[in-house]
Design a protein around this ligand. Structure first.
Ligand SMILES: Nc1ncnc2c1ncn2[C@@H]1O[C@H](COP(=O)(O)OP(=O)(O)OP(=O)(O)O)[C@@H](O)[C@H]1O
Ligand code: SF4
Length: 264
C-alpha cells in the first residue's frame, strides 16, 4: 500500500538556486503548521545535501521498520512532527551520497511510497535546488495523490528571481499547481535595534508573483535568531515568538492555511 493515500495535503518546496533557504522554509512552515494544530510529515529528498535532520537536531537517529513500512523519526513526544531523510541512512554527517540517477530515483520512490506517515495533515517535501531528475521522480510519484502543489522559494535579487521563472515552467510542464512564492532573506534584521536593512534588492519575489499571477505568501528577513535555531535544532517559534522572522513565517503559514479551501 502507498501511504501517501493517508496524507491530506502534500506540499513540495522548490527553489531555482541552492542556499536560498528552501530547507529553512520547509522546516519553518512545518513548525508553523504544527503550531496551528496540524499533524506534519517532512520528507527530505535532497539526497546530496540532506539538512533537515540537523535543523531538528535529529542527527544520528536510526530509522525503524514496522509491518506497514518505515517509521518516520519524530521530533516531539506527541508524534505530531515526523521526519524522513536520507540523512538517517548515512553513517555520519560527512558521508556523501555518490549514487547515479537511477539509484537516487529508486530511493525517492521508496521514500514516497513506503514511509508510514499515519494520517498526517500536511506532508512537506524538501527537494534539491533546481529542476533535476529527482524532481521529475517526485512529481511522477505524486501523480494520483492530488498534491496541493509547490511552494517556490527565492531571494529578492533579480538573478535568483530569474531562476524561479524556470521553476514555474517546470511546474507547468509537470502539471503541478503552484501554491505560492516565498521571498526569503528579504532584508537583514539588526540584532541590536531590530531595524530591517535591505542588503539585497527589494520586492523581486512579490513583483514576480504579480507578473506571473501566482499567490505571494510573504517575505522572511534574515534573522540571526533563525540561523541560531536552525544550527541548534531549536524551535524559534517557541523561543522567540516576537522576532521579525517568526512574525513573517506565521504570516506565510496563515496564508497557506487560508489557501487550503482554494487548493485543488
Ligand atoms: N531568513 C533567514 N535568516 C537567517 N538565516 C537563514 C535564513 N534563511 C536561511 N538561513 C540560513 O541559510 C543557510 C542556508 O539555508 P538552507 O539550507 O535552508 O538553504 P537551501 O536553499 O535549502 O540550500 P540547499 O541548496 O543546500 O538545499 C542555513 O544555514 C540557514 O540557517
Ligand atoms: S541598525 Fe541600528 S543598531 Fe543596528 S547596526 Fe545599524 S545603527 Fe546599529
Amino acid at each position: 500500500m502507498n501511504h501517501l493515500s493517508s496524507v491530506k495535503h502534500v506540499i513540495v518546496i522548490l527553489s531555482g538556486k541552492g542556499g536560498v533557504g528552501k530547507s529553512t522554509m520547509a522546516v519553518q512552515i512545518a513548525l508553523g503548521l504544527h503550531a496551528a494544530g496540524k499533524k506534519i510529515g517532512i520528507l527530505d529528498v535532497d539526497l546530496c545535501g540532506p539538512s533537515i535532520p540537523k535543523m531538528f537536531s535529529l542527527e544520528g537517529r536510526d530509522i525503524h521498520q514496522c509491518n506497514e513500512g518505515w517509521l518516520p523519526v519524530y521530533v516531539d513526544k506527541d508524534q505530531r512532527i515526523g521526519v524522513m531523510s536520507i540523512g538517517f541512512l548515512l553513517s555520519g554527517a560527512d558521508e556523501a551520497v555518490v549514487w547515479r540517477g537511477p539509484k537516487k530515483n529508486a530511493m525517492i520512490k521508496q521514500f514516497l511510497s513506503d514511509v508510514y506517515w499515519q494520517d498526517v495533515d500536511y506532508l512537506v517535501i524538501d527537494t534539491p535546488p533546481g529542476t533535476s531528475d529527482e524532481h521529475i521522480t517526485v512529481m511522477e510519484s505524486l501523480k494520483g495523490y492530488n498534491p496541493d502543489g509547490a511552494i517556490l522559494v527565492t531571494t529578492p535579487q533579480a538573478v535568483a528571481v530569474g531562476d524561479v521563472r524556470r521553476e514555474l515552467t517546470f511546474c507547468r510542464k509537470t502539471g503541478i499547481p503552484v501554491v505560492g512564492l516565498v521571498e526569503n532573506m528579504s532584508g537583514y534584521v539588526c540584532p541590536h535595534c531590530s531595524e530591517c536593512t535591505n542588503i539585497f534588492s527589494k520586492g523581486g519575489g512579490q513583483a514576480l508573483a504579480e507578473q506571473t499571477d501566482i499567490p505571494f505568501l510573504g517575505s522572511v528577513p534574515i534573522d540571526s535568531k533563525l540561523t541560531y535555531s536552525l544550527d541548534t535544532g531549536t524551535n524559534i517559534l517557541e523561543a522567540h515568538p516576537d522576532s521579525p522572522a517568526v512574525q513573517a513565517i506565521n504570516h506565510v503559514v496563515h496564508k497557506l492555511i487560508a489557501l487550503d479551501k482554494d487548493l485543488p
